[in-house]
Design a protein. Structure first.
Length: 254
C-alpha cells in the first residue's frame, strides 16, 4: 500500500510547480478582472508589442506607425506570438486575456523545465521540485507571466537552452543551437547565451570542433533575425539597442 502512494507521489512531483504557476496566475487574473479598470497591462512596453503585433496581423508590416517600418520591437518572437493572437481573436479584452494565458503557459513550462534541470543536476526529485517551485514563486516571473511582456518567453527559452545543454542525445546537435538562437529572438541579450554555452561545452568535452559546430549552427539560425533588423535599420541589432546604450556604446552604458 505504501509503495503505491510513493509511486503516485513521485509521479505528481514534476507537476506541482507548473500547477502552482497556473494557480497563482489564474487567481491574479480573476482578481484583476474584478477591479475597476479590468484586465490590462502595467507598463507601456506590452502595448508597444501589441501595436507592432496588430499592424503585423493587419498586413501593415513591421511597424509602429503604419507606413514607417522600424525594428522597434526588442522581442520579435514575442511580437509574432501576439500577432497570432491578434489574428485569432477579435476585441481588445479577448486579446489581453489571451496574452496573459500565453504568459501563464510559458511560466508553467519554465517550472517544468526547472524541475528536469534540478533533478538531473542533483540526481534527485526533491531538489528538482525545489527548483520548480522557486521558478513558480519568483515574484518577477509570476508578475511577468501576466504582464504582457516577453519575460515568460525569455525565461522559458533560457531554461530550454540550459536543459538542452545538459542533454546528451543526438538531437542536441540541432535543439541546442536552435534554443540558443531563439533566446536572441526573444531578447537582444540572448545573443550572449551562445558564448556561455560554448564555454560550458569546451570545459566539459574539451573539443574545439564541437564549439565551432555549435557557433556556426547558432549563426545559421540567427540569420533571419539579422536580415530582419538590417532590412529595417542599418544594424543587425534592433533600434531599441541604440536607443538604450546611446552614443557611448555598450561598454559605456555598462
Amino acid at each position: 500500500m505504501m509503495g503505491w502512494w510513493l509511486t503516485l507521489f513521485s509521479k505528481t512531483l514534476p507537476w506541482l510547480g507548473p500547477a502552482a504557476s497556473l494557480l497563482l496566475g489564474v487567481l491574479y487574473i480573476l482578481r484583476e478582472a474584478r477591479s475597476p479598470t479590468g484586465l490590462g497591462f502595467p507598463l507601456d512596453d506590452p502595448w508597444i508589442h501589441m501595436t507592432f503585433a496588430r499592424n503585423l496581423a493587419s498586413g501593415l508590416g513591421w511597424c509602429f506607425n503604419p507606413g514607417e517600418p522600424v525594428s522597434g520591437s526588442s522581442s520579435p518572437l514575442w511580437t509574432l506570438f501576439l500577432a497570432g493572437i491578434h489574428w485569432t481573436y477579435a476585441g481588445l479584452a479577448a486579446r489581453i486575456l489571451a496574452v496573459k494565458i500565453l504568459g501563464l503557459l510559458l511560466q508553467a513550462a519554465s517550472s517544468a523545465l526547472a524541475f528536469r534541470i534540478g533533478a538531473r543536476l542533483s540526481n534527485g526529485a526533491l531538489p528538482g521540485l525545489a527548483a520548480s517551485l522557486a521558478v513558480s514563486a519568483a515574484p518577477l516571473f509570476s508578475w511577468g507571466a501576466v504582464s504582457g511582456m516577453e519575460i515568460p518567453l525569455c525565461v522559458c527559452l533560457g531554461l530550454l537552452a540550459w536543459h538542452e545543454e545538459q542533454e546528451h542525445s543526438p538531437r542536441r546537435a540541432w535543439t541546442l543551437p536552435l534554443s540558443l538562437a531563439l533566446c536572441a529572438y526573444a531578447r537582444p541579450e540572448g545573443l550572449l547565451l551562445p558564448f556561455f554555452a560554448a564555454w560550458s561545452l569546451l570545459a566539459r568535452e574539451r573539443s574545439w570542433k564541437r564549439v565551432w559546430v555549435l557557433g556556426i549552427s547558432v549563426f545559421v539560425f540567427l540569420l533571419p533575425l539579422f536580415v530582419l533588423n538590417l532590412s529595417l535599420s542599418s544594424s543587425i541589432l534592433p533600434q531599441t539597442y541604440a536607443g538604450k546604450v546611446g552614443d557611448s556604446g555598450l561598454a559605456g552604458a555598462l
